[in-house]
Every structure is written in structure tokens, then in C-alpha cells.
Design a protein around this ligand. Structure first.
Ligand code: AMP
Ligand code: FES
Ligand code: ZN
Length: 314
């Protein structure tokens, strides 16, 4: 098969668009897609200080590399979530940290590292036993992204969420008719009192495209999945999407693009209903005098004092 744009042999076939491409034209298309997304949604400009949240996985490593290559002012933030740290260097979070540290050194890039286990006494997914591991971990990650951005004066936080993540979340939100998530699902969340601006520049690229970009550009990434595998619902929804895409190539992309148009027409992004400031971190709260994260941390502290948390964890 030949590349659609030149005579070279195609090295990738994007079935969703019936598009065979050589390496160079794939890379060009990938970069153009990210540039268009950044400009269409007014994500950031050359003068903005960007904090890119990097997990060590393919999506966020591709984003970090590309923003550096495009000359943006970027600092990476890696959160060591403490996952599998009892296994030392070969544990999941420590291995990801190694990939990220080595890449920062190679690129001469700025990197901030936060360590949840050292700072809060438990791995992020185990901070709250009443929640699923991914939900507790997500609260911790979002809190840390926001607090580092606010404390250190970044204009925007960029994450590596991809099209597969978004359509999976969207289908789940529609199946539950979850109004508040449907209202807040968007490529950009603007800054509000105490909340940093958040953007997702890879939102129109699939996992497969991010993987190919890393391979073609020689970007290293941590191949393992988090051992707290995503919940059963998400795995099922991803499987359903794979089947839909197989029967009707291009549906994922169109579904998401049309959702955004629909949303722009019918719903306005709602401002968060801020109630006050957290007495520990001073970030806005949506209820009471503690933010969601510190409410969770207060519970852990009590359990650590009684030893209950660790008896349950290990
Ligand atoms: P996930 O929630 O694991 O699907 O990750 C979504 C995005 O959040 C990634 O693409 C990263 O930008 C960011 N992220 C996830 N885990 C971390 C981490 N440990 N440190 C920094 N950023 C992260
Ligand atoms: Fe948070 Fe897996 S990365 S539970
Ligand atoms: Zn707080």
C-alpha cells in the first residue's frame, strides 16, 4: 500500500479515515492535528507557562515531547502515586518515574516530581477504601495538578487524554445520563477562582496514533498498565467501542466531534459552585470547609494513627 500523499510505502493505515500514510506524512498529520486543536480551543499561546502532567505512558510522553519540539514554555509534573512501591525500582510508579526522569535529562527539560506515599502515607489508589482505587487516585491527581499550577503560577495544565479516553467516558456518561459530567466534558476548562485552566491537546488522536507517534519519533514510555486495572465498566465500554469502530470506521471521531458541536449549541459550560476555601490547602471547596482531597486525607490520617489503614493495605 502507498502513502496517500506521496509515492513512499505506507507505514501505518488509519482505518477510521481509510488513510494509508508513510512515516513522514503520519508525523505531519499528527502535529497538524495537535496544532489545530490548540488553536481551535484557544488552549494556550507561546507566552503561556504550561504545566504538562506526565504519567510516563505513551499519550502524555508524546504530548510532552511535542510541546517541547514546538517551542512552548513547558514544565512536566510527574506524580509518583506509590503504586507497587514495595517492589522498589521495579514497582509500577518507580519504573514510570525512571522513564520520565531519564527523558527530562535527555531533552534538558524542566521536571517537578511529587510523591504521594511519602507525603500522605499511603499509595494514591488506597487513600480512601470507600472509593474505587481509580476514583481515590483521580481525586489525588487532580488536586496535585491544581495545587502545583496555582502555587507556582502556571497558566494552564495540559494532560494527555486521548480520543479513546473521551469517547469511553462520554458513552458511560450518556448511559447514566450524568448531567454534571456531560456538562463539564470539554477539551478546555477555563480558569476559575482557585482552579487552574485545564486542556487536553490530544483529544482528537487515538491511543493507536499516540503509540505510532512515540515509535516513529523514538519517544520512550512505560509500557505497563497500572495494576489497579481500570474498572470493569470502562473495560467493557472500550470493548464495545472497538466493535462499533470495526463495523463503522470513523464513528469514534464523528461521535465526539458532533457531541462538541451539540454541546456548544445547547449547553453552556457551568461555573463550579464554590462554597469557600479549604482550611488546609486554601483551594476552593464545593462543600464544607475541606476540599474533596483533604476530606479524604483527614480520614487516612485517622486510620494511619490507629494502624488500620496499613493492616488493610498490605
Ligand atoms: P489517566 O487518568 O491515567 O487516564 O491519565 C490521564 C492523563 O492524566 C495522562 O495523560 C497524564 O497527562 C495525566 N496523568 C496520569 N497519571 C499521572 C501521574 N502519575 N503524574 C502526572 N500526570 C499524570
Ligand atoms: Fe490511578 Fe491506576 S493510575 S489507579
Ligand atoms: Zn484542601
Amino acid at each position: 500500500m502507498r502513502c496517500r500523499n506521496c509515492e513512499s510505502k505506507a507505514q501505518i493505515y488509519l482505518r477510521s479515515f481509510n488513510l494509508p500514510l508513510c512515516k513522514n506524512h503520519f508525523i505531519q498529520r499528527y502535529i497538524d492535528t495537535v496544532k489545530k486543536t490548540i488553536s481551535k480551543f484557544k488552549m494556550f499561546s507561546e507566552n503561556d507557562k504550561i504545566l504538562v502532567a506526565v504519567s510516563g505512558g505513551k499519550d502524555s510522553m508524546a504530548l510532552w515531547y511535542l510541546l517541547l519540539k514546538l517551542g512552548y514554555k513547558v514544565t512536566a509534573l510527574y506524580i509518583n502515586l506509590g503504586i507497587g512501591n514495595e517492589k522498589g525500582e521495579s514497582g509500577y510508579s518507580n519504573m514510570s518515574e525512571k522513564v520520565v526522569r531519564e527523558f527530562a535529562k535527555r531533552m534538558g527539560a524542566d521536571l517537578i516530581i511529587e510523591n504521594v506515599l511519602e507525603k500522605y502515607g499511603a499509595p494514591a489508589p488506597l487513600l480512601d477504601r470507600k472509593r474505587t482505587p481509580c476514583s481515590a487516585c483521580g481525586i489525588a491527581k487532580r488536586h496535585i495538578f491544581n495545587s502545583i499550577a496555582m502555587q507556582r503560577g502556571y497558566d494552564v495544565v495540559a494532560t494527555g487524554h486521548n480520543l479513546d479516553d473521551e469517547v469511553t467516558a462520554l458513552l458511560g456518561n450518556i448511559l447514566r445520563w450524568d448531567e454534571s459530567y456531560l456538562k463539564s466534558q470539554y477539551p478546555v476548562l477555563h480558569a476559575e477562582d482557585g482552579f487552574a485552566k485545564k486542556v487536553k491537546p490530544l483529544i482528537f488522536l487515538t491511543e493507536k496514533e499516540n503509540l505510532a507517534f512515540c515509535m516513529f519519533e523514538g519517544i520512550p514510555f512505560h509500557h505497563d498498565e497500572c495494576p489497579f486495572a481500570q474498572g470493569a465498566t470502562n473495560i467493557t465500554l472500550k470493548r464495545i467501542w472497538a466493535q462499533i469502530e470495526d463495523f463503522m470506521p470513523g464513528t469514534k471521531y464523528r461521535f465526539f466531534r458532533e457531541f462538541l458541536k451539540f454541546k456548544e449549541k445547547y449547553f453552556k459550560l457551568e461555573e463550579k459552585k464554590i462554597q469557600g476555601k479549604c482550611k488546609v490547602c486554601n483551594q476552593p471547596t464545593l462543600a464544607g470547609d475541606l476540599c474533596t482531597f483533604h476530606r479524604m486525607i483527614e480520614k487516612v490520617k485517622n486510620k494511619i494513627i490507629t494502624g488500620e489503614h496499613f493492616q488493610q493495605s498490605y
